[in-house]
Design a protein around this ligand. Structure first.
Ligand code: 5GP
Length: 204
């Protein structure tokens, strides 16, 4: 696996995003709604930085499932777990790991507005703008990345790699997939058998 964004780069960027969110906060009572499962690590770090800046948001979770083929959400987006917190009249910050086609977040944004939220802002750590299929621009973006399948920092391939503290690209070579594993900054290269291509794997 080739590291794309290091742990330190993520930490610095998450702090900057938290500062921007705190600057824009309107005092209306912020509810942070994170999209399961991929956003869990980003959410935890972001909340700690927001707390450092004096924000005391409520926290809830929502889960979306896409019906259609492949890893990318080509089909219909269904809400498989709705957030339980009241959002009526509140400012909601919808947090996800990555925006790709834009279908998931635009669907969830509409859903939360329909539930009466006064304002629904969106925050993603990663954005693949070249993949957009619907008109959608997140309010807060950590990094714009090219069209590559990434894992780590909450994001999976077939439920693996979510635990990694950095973001890596799953790299395929002939007949095998090489990956680089970074622990305490030390890189060591390991080999593993070729897995199914990410595009054919089910979404988390
Ligand atoms: P969208 O609805 O924007 O097409 O899809 C967003 C979702 O697709 C993300 O929340 C994530 O679950 C999945 N996704 C898109 N690109 C990637 C990627 O490169 N790696 C991983 N692990 N998931 C991705």
């Amino acid at each position: 696996m080739l590291p794309l964004i290091t742990e330190l780069e993520i930490r610095l960027r998450v702090s900057q995003i938290a500062e921007a969110i705190a600057r824009d906060a309107d005092g209306r009572g912020l509810v942070v709604v994170a999209v399961l499962k991929g956003a869990f690590m980003f959410l935890a770090d972001l909340l700690r930085r927001l707390a450092d800046l004096g924000l005391e948001p409520r926290v809830d979770f929502i889960r979306a499932a896409s019906y259609g083929s492949g890893t990318r959400s080509k089909g219909q987006i269904k809400i498989s777990l709705d957030c339980a917190s009241p959002v009526k009249g509140r400012t909601v910050l919808l947090v996800d790991d990555i925006v790709d086609s834009g279908r998931t977040l635009s669907r969830l944004q509409r859903h939360l507005k329909a539930k009466g939220a006064a304002r629904v802002q969106t925050c993603v750590l990663l954005d693949k703008p070249s993949r957009r299929e619907v008109e959608f621009q997140p309010d807060y973006v950590g990094f714009e990345i090219p069209d590559r399948f990434v894992v780590g920092y909450g994001m999976d391939f077939d439920e693996r790699y979510r635990y990694l503290p950095f973001i890596g690209i799953l790299e395929e070579t002939r007949g095998e997939r090489r990956r680089r594993v970074s622990l305490n900054g030390a890189l060591s290269q390991v080999r593993q058998p070729l897995l199914e291509h990410p595009k054919s794997a089910p979404r988390a």
